[in-house]
Design a protein around this ligand. Structure first.
Ligand code: HEM
Length: 302
């Protein structure tokens, strides 16, 4: 098919397809779990029913915001499980190891098998991750990189320190920015609508003043919104970021113009568990891996 295409054309066509699939999976399946329905509605993150829509706004800056990278999107660190492993396609466990023993350890993959990356992915999509909350595994809280450094690092402390290095405003400022409060809080007890009592007490022990609370610490200890991985402050920051990534992208795959993805209609009904269908419809042979045969939604496994 298209034997007359040159290298450049093949590269750009393939890039367009992969970009469209990634955008589609991210907004249709992944964000569906991270942010609840009202939040995705508020920030315009839902996809069109027809496969095509033009929401491009030239004034929207789609670059990654400081508070998103240095704090909000690090919520995933709370999902990290204590063990990683390799599984065959039939789900048989080949090997598993405590995370603190295999940080940065390429041999864990390279020496095992030519299919080790697939086996790692098979393990990841069939084993539960941890719930997103203010609790983190000891492997990353006390023993991060312990196997390659003299000491174990604390990833949550790094996140908080990174927020300070980057000059992020305090948690109470973000609450005002996200319209949780009309003015900055003055007491810990005012957190009671977003935090449980134990979290408020713990924050009170760690910080002398409610206005000192770091964004990461304050937002990660919020109670999650219903049907969401995160609380209201990170819902706001993550929602805003993904809105900008969508509306500020002239090449967003749903664009009905030639900058978009002309096969958008096919993707519109595409589910991750149906990659074979899209391969057939686009007349492609996506040599992803046997993982495409997984018949469940990998994002919903807890
Ligand atoms: C075993 C799993 C993971 C490990 C060991 C890990 C470790 C790290 C480390 C060491 C950093 C740099 C911290 C610093 O010095 O500031 C980092 C940054 C980050 N992590 Fe993770 N992480 C993991 C999984 C995740 C997940 C699941 C997510 C989100 C869903 C995530 C999101 C981020 C983000 C957004 C940054 C900042 C990136 C940047 O601005 O350059 N991480 N992570």
């Amino acid at each position: 098919m298209n034997a007359h295409w040159n290298d450049n054309k093949i590269y750009n066509e393939a890039r367009k397809i992969v970009g469209a699939i990634i955008q589609h999976i991210t907004y249709k399946e992944y964000l569906l779990n991270v942010l609840n329905d009202p939040t995705r509605e508020k920030y315009g993150l839902k996809l069109s029913n027809t496969g095509f829509v033009d929401e491009y706004e030239a004034s929207v800056n789609p670059t990654i915001k400081n508070a998103f990278a240095a704090a909000a999107y690090r919520f995933g660190h709370s999902m990290i499980p204590p063990v990683e492993g390799l599984k065959k396609k039939n789900n048989r466990l080949v090997e598993d190891e405590f995370l603190e023993q295999i940080f940065l350890d390429q041999d864990f993959l390279l020496q095992k098998s030519a299919r080790a990356v697939e086996m790692l992915a098979q393990y990841a999509i069939t084993e539960p991750s941890r719930e997103v909350d203010r609790f983190f595994e000891s492997a990353i809280r006390n023993r991060l990189f312990e196997n390659v450094e003299d000491v174990g690092f604390d990833l949550t402390a790094l996140n908080i320190q990174r927020g300070r290095d980057h000059g992020l405003p305090a948690y109470v400022d973000w609450r005002v920015y996200c319209e949780l409060d009309t003015e900055k809080l003055i007491s810990f007890q005012e957190l009671h609508l977003t935090h449980d009592q134990h979290a408020i007490e713990q924050l009170g022990k760690a910080y002398a003043n409610v206005r000192d609370i770091d964004l990461y610490a304050g937002a990660m200890s919020e109670q999650r919104l219903p049907n969401s991985y995160v609380g209201p402050t990170f819902s706001c920051l993550i929602g805003e970021q993904f809105e900008a990534l969508k509306k500020g992208d002239r090449f967003w795959y749903e664009m009905p113009t030639r900058q978009g993805f002309k096969e958008g209609k096919i993707l519109q009904s595409f589910e991750l568990n149906n990659l074979k269908m899209i391969e057939a419809k686009l007349n492609l042979a996506l040599r992803t891996s046997d993982l495409r045969e997984q018949s469940h939604d990998v994002h919903t496994i807890f």
